[in-house]
Design a protein around this ligand. Structure first.
Ligand code: SF4
Length: 389
């Protein structure tokens, strides 16, 4: 790494691997608001040091298993109500058919998503489970994950607040799992704030789920939603909370930074999108707080400028699907993988297809899962080119 010459003592300390305090991060942020150049170059320097010229993605199919949800976040359009056109209650047959199609499209990941504990609130969810022969959504997810593995896809489940026992069961088939922290701010759960009607997003609850994933040694994807009315202090607290969990358990495999985009027919429909300069500063701060972390932004949420994030510290594009929409952000279609590759190349990076588990976390999974990964991995631990192209 070329030695950077910086005016900021704090940023020089970051480059020298010295611990940096919360207060110093605030000062770096205040300075970056006027001139982000040094922050961005430091973030990029760390990104190159730890991730070299590689940028990754996961070739996935999105299984919208059930989008009934007992909570209501002010920004969400994923959640449906009974009778809605967008209601999804996938049958076993539909799941099997989509798995087969995903295989044809050479997908590697089966992303299983549900709303929060739908059967607790909706008789329709209970009837759906009964019809398909299951007692709970988790049982259904276990079945779906087993089926995915049998057909040669790797499950990654994101089903909200699962309990310890449920996560332990899903670990048998899921190479990794996901749950967004969103933000550690209690303030964002108060009346009039985005998580007021979402008990599952109480920071203590989310952190306890992540703690459980650590105890279970599950490679975990988590992240922060940026631009929902938080302060920069709350963002920094959230990044530090993830860092602390990772220092304690070592199981956080990646941090997603998702920029808020307003959706029609939601409480926050008139709230502006996350400002791009602010979002970029948050991305770069995350890199300097966690220099070795895998940091992802979803390219579809910054359709005109996603390639510019390659120069401020990210090293992953997340899951990109060649066949299913992003059901969480359906108005933002995923870019063509060939375009992502082209843009990455022109910025000086090589696009590689990863598993839903990053190579450094392979020791966390069972021998059975490890053997399945080994069968199609290359020397670097990414997916063999001929398998996914
Ligand atoms: S974001 Fe998740 S928890 Fe919140 S309403 Fe949507 S589906 Fe439910």
């Amino acid at each position: 790494m070329n030695k950077l010459v910086l005016n900021s003592e704090s940023l020089n300390n970051v480059l020298e691997n010295k611990t940096i305090s919360h207060q110093e991060i605030i000062e770096i942020y205040q300075h970056a608001k006027k001139n982000p150049t040094e922050l961005f170059s430091t973030a990029q320097s760390l990104r190159k040091k730890y991730k070299k010229e590689t940028v990754t993605f996961s070739k996935k199919a999105f299984f919208n298993i059930i989008n009934l949800c007992k909570d209501t976040c002010s920004y969400c359009t994923y959640k449906a109500e009974p009778g809605d056109v967008k209601l999804s209650l996938m049958s076993k047959k539909q799941i099997l058919e989509l798995l087969q199609l995903a295989k044809k499209y050479k997908c590697v990941e089966a992303l299983f998503v549900t709303g929060e504990q739908p059967e607790q609130k909706y008789p329709e969810a209970r009837a759906w489970l009964k019809k398909n022969g299951f007692k709970s959504t988790t049982e259904y997810l276990i079945h779906s994950s087993e089926l995915a593995l049998e057909l040669g896809l790797f499950p990654h489940t994101n089903a909200g607040n699962l309990n310890f026992k449920e996560m332990k069961e899903l670990k048998k088939t899921n190479v990794s799992m996901g749950i967004m922290l969103e933000n550690v701010s209690e303030r964002l759960t108060e009346r009039g704030m985005p998580h007021y009607l979402a008990a599952s997003k109480r920071p203590k609850t989310r952190l306890s789920i992540l703690e459980n994933s650590g105890k279970l040694k599950i490679p975990m994807t988590t992240g922060i939603l940026v631009g929902i009315g938080e302060t920069i202090e709350e963002i920094i607290d959230s990044i530090f909370a993830i860092k602390q969990l990772h220092e304690k358990y070592g199981n956080i495999q990646e941090v997603i930074l998702q920029n808020f985009q307003p959706k029609q027919d939601t409480i926050m429909q008139n709230t502006p999108s996350a400002d791009e300069n602010y979002f970029k500063t948050v991305v770069a701060l995350t890199r300097i707080i966690m220099p070795e972390m895998n940091i992802q932004i979803p390219p579809n949420l910054s359709p005109k400028s996603y390639q510019s994030f390659l120069s401020i510290g990210i090293n992953d594009w997340g899951g990109i699907s060649p066949l299913t929409p992003d059901f969480v952000n359906p108005e933002f279609s995923w870019p063509e993988i060939s375009n992502v590759e082209k843009f990455s190349k022109s910025a000086g990076f090589n696009l590689k297809c990863r598993f839903p588990i990053y190579p450094e976390f392979f020791p966390f999974i069972s021998k059975e899962l490890r053997d399945k990964v080994s069968a199609i991995q290359n020397k670097e631990g990414f997916v063999n080119e001929e398998y996914w192209r």
